[in-house]
Design a protein. Structure first.
Length: 343
């Protein structure tokens, strides 16, 4: 491969995704744009692929087979699992380029992705360039529930503002207008903008809604956004922890409840943002988002948690979100259900 100064850092956090990591890595090598570096962060992962290889061994053999140096394929490791937020922070800190691209370890890039995004970023000076995504189910995932999730995710992933947004319109567009998605993947982001966003966010072990947390501040710090209606990313829907699988243990439920941590951080940090950059309308939109995420947790409590576990699970939900907030949302839910019944 021709030696080139890297322009884009492809950041790949890994936790129990060793079976799909090779596919993600190969999708980078197949890019028409070759001025990249890869940064893999092993977030305390105990996983192995079908050949029994751990994350480090997969990366070592990948470098060897493609004759790529350690300077272009960088490996970082957390001794314990710190969560996706901190894995991504580690990757950004390790990068040596002007642009960041987040690639989930169970997804892949389409061949023209980096070329398209980079050319658009250079030509327009955009801090954020967003592309579209193909959304597929994992192999043998043909049941109706998974297919419904595929359709829902496709709609969310391809919520793109076709054209440019500048200044406050980026933050307002994301948070209030909902004219583009907050997913970090399928976006090329200037490193300076990403770092400015991370400066707002304290250390936290976040499992869910961490895309929302990071993009909240990325959109706040960005000066120019560009949306491209072209599929550049392939996202695979699975039946993982964020889905409505039966929840049979409280440890898994705790991870779901930890969504509240994101909004604890946000409501603390935004108090210090200047009022002219954070309007009353945006405050209300953030509150609505917290209500939406809690409502989703309550739905999971009612539909996915085993009946015998529900009392203890509700206690945990109250610990994370606050008892008053949970009871208020349950009351609103009950009122809505009663009105629908009366109709």
């Amino acid at each position: 491969m021709t030696k080139k100064i890297p322009k884009i850092s492809i950041c790949i956090p890994v936790y129990n995704a060793e079976k799909t990591l090779q596919r993600a890595l190969e999708s980078v090598v197949c890019q028409s744009f070759t001025a990249w570096e890869i940064i893999v962060v092993n977030d305390g992962s105990p996983g192995k692929d079908e050949r029994g290889r751990d994350c480090h061994k997969i990366l070592t053999q990948f470098r060897k087979s493609h004759k790529i140096t350690k300077k272009r394929v960088i490996y970082r490791e957390h001794r314990t699992n710190l969560g996706l937020l901190e894995a991504r922070r580690t990757a950004v800190e390790a990068s040596n380029t002007d642009y960041i691209f987040m690639l989930d370890s169970d997804d892949e890039l389409l061949p023209q992705a980096l070329q398209t995004l980079y050319e658009a970023a250079v030509q327009t000076g955009a801090d954020i360039v967003q592309g579209g995504a193909e959304v597929l189910a994992r192999e043998n995932a043909s049941d109706s529930i998974i297919q419904k999730r595929v359709a829902e995710m496709h709609k969310k992933a391809n919520n793109i503002y076709a054209g440019q947004l500048t200044g406050q319109d980026i933050f307002d567009g994301f948070l209030v207008q909902n004219n583009h998605t907050g997913f970090l993947w399928a976006k090329l982001i200037k490193k300076d903008t990403y770092q400015a966003a991370l400066f707002h966010i304290p250390f936290s072990n976040c499992v869910f809604a961490e895309d929302f947390l990071q993009y909240f501040f990325i959109s706040y710090e960005a000066q120019k956004y560009l949306g491209i209606n072209q599929s550049l990313y392939r996202y695979y829907v699975d039946d993982g922890i964020s889905s409505f699988q039966r929840i049979t243990g409280l440890e898994r439920w705790k991870k779901i409840c930890s969504t509240a941590n994101v909004f604890t951080i946000l409501f603390q940090v935004v108090k210090e943002l200047p009022s002219y950059r954070y309007s009353e309308q945006e405050k209300q939109a953030l509150q609505q988002q917290s209500c939406s995420y809690l409502a989703n947790n309550i739905k999971q409590l009612q539909e996915a948690v085993l009946p015998d576990l529900q009392p203890a699970a509700k206690e945990l939900l109250c610990e994370y979100w606050g008892k008053d907030f949970v009871e208020l949302m349950l009351e609103k839910q009950s009122e809505k259900s009663e009105k629908n019944h009366q109709k």
